[in-house]
Design a protein. Structure first.
Length: 132
């Protein structure tokens, strides 16, 4: 994944080790070019199933046109489905990218339950106490 001067090591650190589900999809057709371990765990598909297109109907990559020089775009919340059929909501963020000579889109998915727990974690403890 390259964006101007981004190096392979930066990509590996950002993409492969992220706690958030990430996919790299072709911009023209949504075909999955790469997927990180967090996405594999979230959707319960193997990396091979993602790359072969077997998981394509389970994740949502809407046809949003991103300006060429766009930073990360907040795409909103979408419904997704795990391999076992369980549905969940995830907030999607998109960024234009180039991956192995393909015009691509980086898709970052933050499951809503994860997003809520991250927000609660930042609230000072006394504000979490309910007064009766």
């Amino acid at each position: 994944l390259y964006n101007g001067h981004t190096e392979i090591e930066d990509y590996n650190m950002f993409f492969e080790k992220s706690a958030f589900a990430m996919l790299v999809v072709e911009a023209v057709n949504g075909h999955c070019l790469n997927v990180n371990n967090a996405a594999v765990e979230l959707f319960e598909f193997s990396k091979t199933e993602f790359l072969n297109g077997d998981a394509a109907t389970f994740y949502c990559t809407p046809n949003i046109v991103l300006p060429v020089n766009a930073t990360i775009l907040d795409g909103g919340i979408y419904n997704h489905k795990k391999k076992n059929g369980q549905r969940f909501c995830a907030h999607a963020y998109f960024k234009n990218a180039t991956f192995k000579h393909h015009q691509a889109r980086l898709v970052i998915l933050i499951e809503e339950t994860e997003k809520i727990s991250l927000a609660v974690k930042d609230i000072p403890r006394q504000e979490l106490t309910i007064q009766y």
